[in-house]
Design a protein around this ligand. Sequence first.
Ligand SMILES: [Zn+2]
Length: 457
Amino acid sequence: MPISLYNSLTRRTEPFAPLDPERVTMYVCGPTVYSYVHIGNARGPVVFDVLAKLLRRHYPHLVYARNITDVEDKINAAALEQGVSIETITGKFTEAYREDMAELGIAPPDVEPCATEHIGPIIVMIERLIADGHAYAAEGHVLFDVDSYPDYGKLSGRDTEEMIAGARVEVAPYKKNPADFVLWKPSTPEQPGWDSPWGRGRPGWHIECSAMSATHLGETIDIHAGGVDLLFPHHENEIAQSTCAHGGKTFARWWLHNGMLTFDGRKMSKSLGNVLQLHEMLKHHPAEALRLRLMSGHYRQPLDWSDAAIAQSVSTLDGWYRVLRDLADIDLDAARLPIPGQIEAALCDDLNTPQALAELAVLADAARQHGTPEAKAALLGGGALLGLLQQDPEAWFKQAGGAAVDAAQVEALLEERQAARAARDFARADAIRAELAAMGVVIEDGAQGTRWSVTKA
Ligand SMILES: [Zn+2]
């Protein structure tokens, strides 16, 4: 089944064909580790995790790199504000990021390069750009000369005038053209810095990704991905630097961009006070429901986020896990699950996750109706490709929000209720039921005894 992907550079959906099927390369721009990330920052990692899973089925030798930006002015500002070292900030938030990604069921990338460990390759790349007339040193800074690269603006479709008007470029006296961007800048003694031919300083953000991508994946890579907010200037600048440093070679063959999250129809922003930290949300909602919601729209479109939408994802998963719980007696080899063709076909079509989820719902219905090992295997296999339905159904029903309730306490109350019922003390049995309800525990009496679950939203 061929994979087609929309390429932001050509503005077309194209059949995906890697340069070398024996070594497929993908780079996704990772976080700047100065705080917890917001829920919108999790959309790309979830979507590109599904893409990595799909690519690995077709090309077992995928090398997927997602970087950690651990030198950046926001980090310096956070360290200063909190009165701690820069390493304290980057260490804490790198660890938190890894934990939060793992909770969302996102497999770690094959390579997770940190900018501070690539200062050598960054300096070499800048030296090459200067030698070839694409960059110049001025007042302790090194700037990329955008006029030296005629294709500058091709990815974003902007001309230089628009870029300057967009006010995202800093006008500075040492720049030849206001659109020229920083490759290297001087550091004060308190700021992190490294010795370089241009004095003690630190890299600009854009050059970090270019150098890390080349170091780990090579000069030309198959896929470069990130949020659409990175398209300009970050990705535009990455293309300019990498192409010019590598003698005009194509940098990335496919550019993929995920759309942004809106919150109840509005943009998420610090000034609106509606920034939702992923770390915080994971304490209050099941991680899998957040993952499902992040995949529920097509990745290129904006996605609206609301409490009602999370509740709907919880209820969808409740329904699917109920089917799996009812079929718990059917043993399957988790390592040999079939991948249903209709789910793979949806993902091969430019990662159409909403269609894949609709197909998963059809498989869940079939498993509910037929209850066969094949039907259960198809549901689990489809879930695996999407990173869903991989936990024990009992565990799903026993977690409240992001955390599990005290199962031992619930079981003890259920036993006490059973004893009260046996003794025909219905008042006591009802009181225990009410106590459980107050804990969010719902009980169902059935032929196989009493089952319990926790309401989550
Ligand atoms: Zn990047």
